[in-house]
Design a protein around this ligand. Structure first.
Ligand SMILES: [Fe+2]
Ligand SMILES: [Fe+2]
Length: 136
């Protein structure tokens, strides 16, 4: 489980709210994977919510970066695209196998590690630039 109080905070609050929501969805998925009996339909619904939330999460950051002319837009966007494609590949694998270990390894492991590192690096720098340029 992600302890939401440990999510790195960036200097643009709208982004913090979105990161908190993402962590909450990941915690919901973790409960669904751990609980028995396994409810694959509920897992599928949760995965859909995670994908849609991630799409909005990344899309919103990209919109904000464009609004303020963030110089490293391409690098940040490229990382979003890479991870979003990776997430969709993982979900496609799960849909064809229903092997929950695939979800455990990715959503409870590497994706969470990536998210934390991403917030600490690219999101932190981006949020500083946004808040400087939006004056908040
Ligand atoms: Fe983010
Ligand atoms: Fe980001």
């Amino acid at each position: 489980m992600i302890d939401c109080t440990t999510i790195p905070q960036v200097s643009f609050d709208e982004m913090n709210r979105v990161h908190h929501e993402e962590a909450t969805l990941l915690n919901t998925l973790e409960e669904l994977i751990i609980n028995t009996p396994i409810d694959s339909d509920a897992i599928a619904v949760c995965l859909h919510e995670i994908v849609e939330h991630t799409r909005r999460h990344f899309g919103n950051e990209e919109r904000l970066m464009k609004e303020v002319g963030f110089p490293a837009f391409n690098m940040h966007e490229g990382e979003h695209i890479r991870v979003f494609n990776e997430m969709q590949r993982i979900i496609a694998q799960w849909l064809s196998t229903k092997d929950n270990n695939i979800l455990k390894e990715y959503f409870l492991g590497s994706f969470q590690e990536w998210l934390s590192a991403h917030i600490l690096s690219m999101d932190t720098i981006t949020a500083q630039f946004i808040s400087m340029n939006k004056g908040c």
